[in-house]
Design a protein around this ligand. Structure first.
Ligand SMILES: Nc1nc2c(ncn2[C@@H]2O[C@H](COP(=O)(O)O)[C@@H](O)[C@H]2O)c(=O)[nH]1
Ligand SMILES: [Mn+2]
Ligand SMILES: [Mn+2]
Length: 293
């Protein structure tokens, strides 16, 4: 089905999950109460900052910056520090070049050599992601690692695994080859409540404007084993949206592509109103996922 003909769904609901895709930013849907946890999902912010509704947990699925420069990280992290969410969990994406250590030192001059530019110093970037300010802002950066947290005092413990990798596309950072390399990497993903990856699995919210499904086959093949309650990703900006899939009577996954970018079918309302689609503007909302504890 052509992207522009795809039905745009505003809300998805099951007994244990409610997903809000389109809503009034000035008046977001009310929190469902103490037995629910609200996850606010964003991705591919590329150094843009915009209003984000409150919630228990903020999740960011990578492409925080354009090319991983300190200035972009300062803008993005300053914005994330100030957001009110009690827990904030972020990963990198293929644009966050400096975070792919070893690879960046070998490849930086493809992006950062104009005007005799030298490679970016990575220590101040890691300080922004993992230092005192990040800790004080209750922000956790995950790179191929698991983290557990209590979203609310006395509440249940949630587990999350975050991985910045996506299939090879023009040799950006954190790129793997499809096939055995992808399978090896993804076989290490543990079973967790929440999975954060930069790229989508094949066949789910992974369609480009030319209608190709470009998500990762190895990730799609592992999902029936992982069965996370929530799988957040981005990367394919034009496939922004959410889907609910049931594995059996007792298990289902909310899939969210939270990429924010002014293109794709969700921009049409803004275009029809004669407005230029923009981050946080008409047609763009962080996606809210309410999960029953
Ligand atoms: N055909 C493919 N297109 C891809 C792939 N990965 C990304 N893309 C396209 O680029 C934009 C932006 O991605 P970014 O990482 O540069 O921010 C994305 O929305 C797609 O249109 C791919 O593997 N195959
Ligand atoms: Mn992106
Ligand atoms: Mn990307």
């Amino acid at each position: 089905m052509a992207n522009e003909q795809r039905d745009l769904i505003d809300k998805l609901e099951s007994p244990s999950a409610v997903v809000h895709i389109e809503y009034d930013m000035a008046n977001p849907p009310p929190h469902r109460g103490p037995s629910w946890t609200r996850f606010v999902c964003i991705s591919d912010t590329h150094a843009h900052v915009f209003p984000v509704p409150d919630g228990d947990v903020l999740l960011h699925s990578g492409d925080i910056t354009n090319t991983g420069k300190l200035g972009d990280f300062q803008t993005s992290m300053g914005w994330l520090y100030e957001l009110p969410h009690p827990t904030k969990i972020i990963i990198a994406g293929n644009h966050d070049l400096t975070l792919h250590r070893g690879w960046y030192e070998q490849n930086y001059d493809r992006w950062h050599r104009k005007k005799m530019e030298s490679p970016q110093k990575v220590e101040p970037i890691y300080e922004l992601l993992k230092g005192e300010k990040a800790k004080k802002a209750r922000l956790v950066y995950l790179e191929d690692e698991e983290y557990t947290f209590q979203a609310k005092e006395g509440g249940r413990t949630w587990s999350v695994y975050g991985s910045p990798w996506s299939p090879w596309f023009y040799d950006w950072a954190f790129n793997y080859n499809r096939g055995p390399e992808a399978e090896k990497l993804i076989s290490k993903f543990p079973k967790t409540d929440i999975l954060l990856t930069h790229g989508p699995p094949h066949g789910i919210l992974d369609q480009t404007l030319s209608e190709d499904h470009v998500g990762c086959e190895a990730l799609a093949a592992r999902l029936p084993h992982l069965q996370p309650r929530l799988h957040l990703f981005g990367h394919i900006h034009e496939a922004h949206g959410a889907e609910l899939r049931a594995w059996n009577e007792n298990a289902s996954t909310v899939f969210v592509n939270a990429a924010n970018w002014p293109m794709g079918p969700r921009c049409e309302p803004a275009r029809k109103m004669g407005q230029r689609p923009s981050f946080g503007g008409p047609g763009f909302r962080p996606i809210i996922v309410d999960l029953l504890d």
